[in-house]
Design a protein. Structure first.
Length: 331
């Protein structure tokens, strides 16, 4: 039976679906690329999460016919090399969107209502926080969304309909009609969004033009009462500059679910920064999202192996020139 290499753990439902489709999962002993390159040969498919997949692992596996990315971000997969080898890459752009959007709101609430300090206060038998802390309601505040893809739109909908927040969006590629339908206003520039938003929630992909989009200069344009929430990509934020802003009190707080290096090292600047909430990249890690993401990966792998065009190709042009089974005439 053909085998699918599982770089990092996925929901059992995805493994069961592969087996039902006649594909045997092979589980990696570790997710570093040296181990993957050594253990993956002979497999026809691979599912990877934030470990990605490098050129060496692809070259070591000439039988590889499809790469499945468990999630949205594909920046850790060598897509250029995969395309050169004729290996289609699939991803799951909607499977965990609801969970990530809910997490962005949860982080916002944690900052606004000082949930982490409040928990510590009770455990330390110190109720002074009740009298000393400055907390805020979200109702009537401005939710600034940098990016308005599926997750950004869901986050905005929760903020608007659940908390009565006004939506301000910086997303040059989003049509006016889509903003109007969501009840959102357009910010013509990122600077305009930063200056007006009470919460800045990041939902942009990682590209050369978005790397460190939130740097010291950007942070200086935010309100001193504003919060920054990042559930997108760690590289969007210069965390040294963010930690400095938090220490100086030039913004009110920040929440970070993603980091440039994961797991975050001991010298990550935000670890000792005040008024911060940190999470280990768990935005899409709910039972519902994990199940759906694993199933979407498995279904698309089975599609590719059967010669059916999968619904979510990262590089659609690779499909017609892929290695392995040629597509049927009506694919």
């Amino acid at each position: 039976m053909p085998e699918c290499f599982i770089v990092q753990p996925i929901h059992p439902a995805g493994l069961d679906r592969l087996r039902e489709g006649g594909v045997t999962p092979r589980i990696a002993s570790a997710h570093d690329m040296a181990t993957v390159a050594r253990e993956m040969p002979g497999c026809v498919a691979v599912i990877t999460r934030n470990a990605g997949l490098d050129a060496a692992a692809m070259d070591a596996t000439p039988s590889l016919q499809v790469i499945a990315n468990h999630g949205v971000g594909t920046n850790k997969i060598d897509l250029k090399h995969a395309a050169a080898l004729g290996i289609p890459t699939v991803f799951t752009p909607t499977a965990n969107a609801r969970s990530v959007a809910e997490h962005a709101i949860a982080l916002t609430l944690a900052l606004a209502r000082k949930v982490i300090p409040a928990d510590a206060a009770v455990r330390g038998c110190d109720w002074s926080l009740r009298y000393d802390a400055r907390m805020t309601e979200l109702h009537g505040k401005v939710m600034g969304l940098a990016g308005f893809g599926t997750i950004g739109r869901m986050t905005g909908a929760i903020a608007r309909h659940g908390f009565g927040m006004r939506l301000l969006v910086f997303s040059p590629g989003t049509p006016d009609a889509a903003l109007a339908e969501a009840g959102a206003e357009r910010a013509q520039t990122l600077d305009a969004l930063l200056a007006e938003a009470d919460v800045v929630s990041l939902h942009r992909p990682l590209r050369p033009d978005t790397r460190n989009m939130i740097d010291g200069t950007a942070l200086s344009r935010m309100k001193p009462t504003a919060f920054l929430v990042n559930t997108a990509r760690g590289e969007l934020v210069d965390t040294e500059a963010l930690a400095e802003a938090l220490h100086r009190g030039t913004i009110a707080g920040a929440a970070q679910d993603v980091f440039k290096v994961e797991p975050a090292p001991a010298n990550e600047p935000l670890i000792n920064a005040p008024n911060s909430v940190l999470a280990p990249h768990i935005g899409g890690v709910t039972e519902e999202a994990m199940r759906e993401t694993a199933l979407q990966c498995a279904e698309q792998i089975l599609d590719v192996l059967a010669g059916r065009r999968p619904p979510h190709l990262v590089q659609p042009d690779v499909w017609e020139n892929r290695r392995g089974v040629r597509p049927p005439a009506d694919a």
